[in-house]
Design a protein around this ligand. Sequence first.
Ligand code: PMP
Length: 442
Amino acid sequence: MTQWASKLSQPQMDALWMPYTANRQFKASPKMITGAQGNYLIDDNGRKIFDGLSGLWTCGAGHNRPEIAEAVAKQLTTLDYAPAFQYGHNLAFELADRLANMAPADINKVFFTNSGSEAADTSTKIARAYWRQQGQPTKTRIIGRAKGYHGASWGGISFGGIGANRKMWGPAMESDHLSHTLLPNNQFCKGAPNYGEELADELIEMVALHDASNIAAVIVEPMSGSAGVIVPPKAYLRRLRELCNQHDILLIFDEVITGFGRTGSLFGADAFDVVPDMINVAKQITNGAVPMGAVLAREFIYDTVVNAGGADYNIELPHGYTYSGHPVACAAAMAALDILEQENLVSRVAELSPYFEEAVHSLKGMPFVSDIRNFGFAAGFSIESYPGEPARRPYEIADAMWKKGFYVRYGGDTIQLGLPFTTEKTEIDTLINAMQDTLMGK
Ligand code: PMP
């Protein structure tokens, strides 16, 4: 009898269709999480498992924070829900103002969503609305990047660049993709790599091909996460910014992973010193406790879409979600941002990331490790695959790590680490030692 059978019935196990999961494989050997505390998950045998990806890059401040629980509980007995359309509640405005103060430059307008996927759709719809209001309705094309991840919606899979997530569905939105920046010259580079900034110039070719009058926006993760932590080459994002300026194309940073501290700065935009026109966030905004996302936009975009949006009684942007700015999500976000600030977690990541960098790069030369990349509290390892089975060895490594008491993420041919911001040096050491043993087959 398998272990889960004592807790779940066969129909229960069969009923759930799990997202982004090999369902048959999972159900043959389930990994069940029954609790969490701080930097640890707890499995159904009561084992403490170090959370090496902070959930799914969500729980940087550690799990089960009482401050968030209290804020959520209080909100649920004060105002559990307010209609998101045509009526407001204070907390959404207060949180928007707080985010506006945190975001760089004049990125001061906040549109709430419930997820990163919705933020991807929302920001690209705003981009199109912006150009339409500017009298340029043909500027609709969205340019993404190979290996980019922007969520699972039709928009996200269109300008996203992970082949496995696209090829099942047939045509989505037409879009183009810049090349990814995972270059052989940069293998085992620590932090931002030296080569590849010129890849941003591919945008010039896309302008030549489609004409800028047909291009609305470029959307990139400043640092790709899901494809295995791909750090932008030095000056790459600056060059992309310059080209977008030259050709009147909006630049959107998908900061669903890099937002709120992961890089050792509040935003990837700060870490790489480039101001985009919109920033998409989710995940860490509530420390993962309640679903929430947002698009943070520069003043001129709001001015154009809203302030020049026709008669006063018209809805300027016919877009939104029932749960946009949900009071409970806002309360969780406020508490999560308090924790980030009060515990100086962002500077903690910056201070400890050189230690983490040395630790992850100590795995260079280990079996199967063909590349290591890192920035802030994120790292990605490329793993040599079994012939024709790119996902198998990363799965085996993650599985062996789980058995040793460490959760790491595997995706494509990579293993990813995204430490909780509250990680201690000793925890980094034990994690890396366990990885070393695993790679050595111990
Ligand atoms: N963008 C990025 C950069 C992400 O990493 C993710 C989630 N991994 C998303 C968008 C999608 O977010 P969600 O799963 O909340 O829709």
